[in-house]
Design a protein around this ligand. Structure first.
Ligand code: UDP
Ligand code: MG
Length: 316
């Protein structure tokens, strides 16, 4: 029988968590009734170092309901690492996992379809948003730009798929072999290469609480994602360098010719502009290369991705 673990990363989600627990419990009971999952399936709520009452809500739910598990992380380590903590916990204990955000913007009713596809032989089932009209125009357009840039840079991801997905235990085992600290799950999952499938749904609005991805975090998430999957930016910088050298040769020829024709020196303004421009290009390039150097530094330290301070497990 299918032993399922639904993994939910939670960071300061006290407003939305009670209703999330209720809805996911409904899904669990429904699946149990339809005999799609086994009795000892569960819901794992991972507390990612929240500063509000999230952990209290989790431990309270655990004490009332035997299939609700809790994992308390020592500090806030971010969405991706919180998911990994959940997956590492699930490995070899569960046949399949479904990861979903705590705000339930993703449609829980497709979990059943995901399980059907798993039964049909898929190891990975992506939840794909085919309709984002409930996201703000800003979120929609930045997300679109993000997927475009990712694909352009050769980092293969499934468009409009975030972290709502089903993974079989085999897929989890393969995924956890990627031991890099700086992990961008949706890119790595696409690399695993096991049989995969998609389910489509439309995304809801966040019902309570606020987004944990303000613009600043969104940008850094995108930069992390790109630099952890592709080194194309460094190659592009090399090309840019070549292009600028080529342009400066053209400018040199132009200056020589105009000097012979008019016997005047070009003004200092153009000089200033080119110095500033090139200074900017150089600093930017050093910055991009620095991103990769910084990443190498962090990877060599091999620090743990998270620390677990408490686990609340299944009890009879
Ligand atoms: N999250 C987390 N740690 C963080 C930031 C976010 O575990 O440092 C969780 C958050 O609780 C939620 C999920 O990641 O379950 C996605 O966050 P959110 O819904 O705010 O992102 P959005 O849907 O706005 O992109
Ligand atoms: Mg959300």
């Amino acid at each position: 029988m299918n032993k399922l673990l639904i993994i939910v990363p939670c960071y300061n989600e006290q407003e939305v968590l009670p209703s999330t627990i209720e809805k996911l419990s409904g899904v669990m009971n429904d699946l149990l009734q339809k005999d799609k999952i086994s009795r000892n399936s569960g819901i794992l709520l991972v507390n990612d170092g929240s500063r509000d009452k999230t952990w209290e809500i989790i431990s309270d739910a655990h004490s009332k309901t035997n299939y609700i598990y809790g994992l308390d992380l020592g500090a806030n380590v971010g969405h991706q690492n919180a998911l990994l903590a959940g997956l590492e916990y699930a490995k070899d204990k569960f046949d399949l996992t479904v990861t979903i955000d705590a705000d339930l913007q993703d449609d829980v009713s497709v979990i059943e379809t995901m399980i059907d596809k798993y039964n049909g032989g898929a190891h990975i089932v992506y939840g794909v948003r085919n309709d984002r009209k409930n996201d703000s125009a800003f979120k929609r357009s930045t997300a679109k730009l993000f997927y475009k840039i990712m694909n352009m840079l050769g980092a293969k991801t499934v468009d409009n798929h975030a972290d709502f997905r089903l993974l079989s235990n085999t897929a989890v085992t393969e995924l956890l072999k990627y031991s890099e600290r700086n992990i961008f799950l949706r890119g790595i999952v696409a690399k695993i290469g096991l049989k995969s499938d998609c389910v489509y749904y439309s995304r809801f609005k966040r019902t309570a609480g606020v987004t944990k991805y303000p613009l600043k975090k969104m940008i850094s998430f995108a930069v992390e994602g790109i630099t952890s999957l592709s080194i194309k930016p460094i190659k592009l910088i090399m090309l840019l360098g070549l292009l600028i050298i080529f342009c400066s040769i053209l400018a040199f020829i132009y200056v020589l010719i105009s000097y012979f024709l008019t016997e005047t020196n070009p003004g200092w303004a153009s000089l200033m502009i080119s110095i500033w421009f090139l200074g900017g290009v150089q600093l930017f390039s050093v910055g991009v290369v620095g991103q990769y150097v910084g990443k190498t530094y962090i990877e060599t330290k091999k620090r743990p991705r998270y620390t677990v301070s408490q686990i609340l497990e299944y009890k009879d």
